[in-house]
Design a protein around this ligand. Structure first.
Ligand code: HEC
Length: 151
């Protein structure tokens, strides 16, 4: 969803600009005896979730939907998971690395397939796809921790 990515970029760029501005202030705007500003930890070029807690809540809601056999609730939860997780572009977001991009794509694909199956009443298949969604959460977070994007 380009709009979401735009928002996420804006947040990231805004944060970077703020950090640069405060580093400038802290350094006394070029004063001679100023301490060198501490290097900012390298954060992700794109934030993966605008609201991580909402993605977690959507995941719980999806599980509840499946357990209740409520296809519409499951579909709604799956859609919120997909909306809350950045849709990355392998070209634009190449700096994030292939492993992370693959997991982002896997999440979007599995969420879409799960919604399609649930929409057709194939809840077993939808649940299998939902397990791939959760596999993408786990896999990407493992990579993100390895790469210092997540503590
Ligand atoms: C493609 C990578 C990726 C995928 C897929 C992903 N996440 Fe994340 N997640 C991150 C990163 C990176 C952060 C750190 C902050 C940020 O970038 O938004 C994060 C942060 C979070 C946080 C807040 C920090 C924490 O550990 O409590 C939660 C909660 C979360 N994600 C839940 C989920 C859930 C649930 C899913 C699957 C439905 C998921 N994420 C899928 C990369 C991912």
């Amino acid at each position: 969803m380009p709009a979401l990515r735009g928002t996420l970029r804006a947040i990231t760029i805004g944060a970077a600009a703020l950090a640069a501005a405060s580093a400038l202030v802290a350094s006394g705007a070029g004063g001679v005896d100023a301490e060198p500003a501490a290097a900012e930890p390298a954060g992700p070029a794109v934030r993966l979730h605008e609201d991580p807690e909402a993605v977690l809540a959507a995941t719980t809601a999806t599980i509840r939907g499946f357990l209740a056999g409520d296809a519409e609730a499951a579909r709604a939860g799956l859609a919120r998971i997909a909306e809350g997780t950045a849709h990355l572009d392998p070209v634009v977001d190449a700096e994030l690395g292939g492993d992370l991009l693959a997991h982002a794509l896997a999440l979007q694909t599995a969420s879409a397939r799960a919604r399609e199956s649930a929409g057709d009443g194939r809840m077993d298949d939808a649940y299998r796809q939902f397990q791939w969604v959760q596999q993408a959460c786990f896999g990407c977070h493992t990579i993100a921790r390895r790469d210092g994007l997540l503590r």
